[in-house]
Design a protein around this ligand. Structure first.
Ligand SMILES: Cc1cc2nc3c(=O)[nH]c(=O)nc-3n(C[C@H](O)[C@H](O)[C@H](O)COP(=O)(O)O)c2cc1C
Length: 222
């Protein structure tokens, strides 16, 4: 499965079987997380076979069940922390999809279980991603039109359109899709986000999707 296939096939999955993640996949995830942490200056951590974070009444409210594995998205406080969390978190989500696993970004309906995640005094846990074998593969979300989330002068180049299409398939908090891509002269792309507590995380997520969709056309971020 290519990363573009993973973009199309991924949907948020909130109900999981109790099957533990295969040990060779756990190793692959750990090595990917190590890479993301090195490149993104983050401290993302994989927690396996830990059912308590998703074991409270909150979880039933949020429709999650069977969650025993999750990726904790932790990093040192910084202005661009959320965007990096989104970008590298989504890299993990799409690789997990290629491994035959299902995922869901989770901002609210989990609790921190003492002794499971390391969070330094200057660090923040911004979100988790539930991960495992889904009861099903989820279903597609309602998406905005390309015109509503992008701007360009004249005819839209194919690579830019494909980038925006990939971004529209990305997960965003409450499926708000409050982002915009603008094409400037010289193949410079500006990505901006609206308001909301998770809008900058969403932006990191959709920028990663855009890069995959627009590839191999070279462009630069503004
Ligand atoms: C930053 C972020 C936080 C999210 N938080 C939650 C959450 O707390 N609970 C939940 O059920 N879904 C959560 N989601 C999943 C979104 O609701 C989901 O991505 C969106 O509805 C689009 O559906 P899809 O992922 O199936 O394409 C979150 C998604 C993102 C990107």
């Amino acid at each position: 499965m290519t990363l573009l296939d993973a973009i199309v096939q991924r949907h948020s999955v909130r109900r999981y079987t109790t099957q533990p993640i295969d040990s060779h996949l756990v190793e692959q995830l750990q090595s990917l997380i190590g890479e993301c942490n090195a490149q993104g200056g983050l401290r993302i951590q994989l927690v396996t076979e830990e059912p308590r974070a998703f074991g409270s009444w909150l979880v039933h409210y949020g429709a999650f069940s069977g969650v025993r594995n999750y990726v904790a998205l932790v990093g040192a406080k910084a202005e661009d922390l959320d965007e990096r969390i989104g970008y590298y978190g989504e890299r993990i989500v799409l690789e997990a999809q290629r491994m035959g696993l299902n995922t869901c970004w989770v901002a609210l309906t989990y609790k921190k279980v003492p002794g499971t995640i390391t969070i330094g005094p200057d660090e923040r846990l911004r979100c988790v991603i539930s991960i495992g074998y889904g009861v099903d593969n989820g279903h597609g979300h309602k998406i905005k039109t390309i015109d509503r989330v992008s701007r360009c002068q004249g005819e839209m180049p194919q690579w830019f359109r494909q980038g925006v299409e990939a971004a529209l398939l990305a997960p965003t908090a409450i499926n708000q899709q409050k982002f915009r891509f603008t094409l400037h002269e010289g193949d410079v792309v500006e990505a901006t986000h609206g308001f909301g507590p998770y809008a900058a995380i969403d932006l990191g997520i959709v920028k990663y999707h855009f890069e995959l969709g627009a590839s191999p056309h070279p462009f630069t971020w503004k």
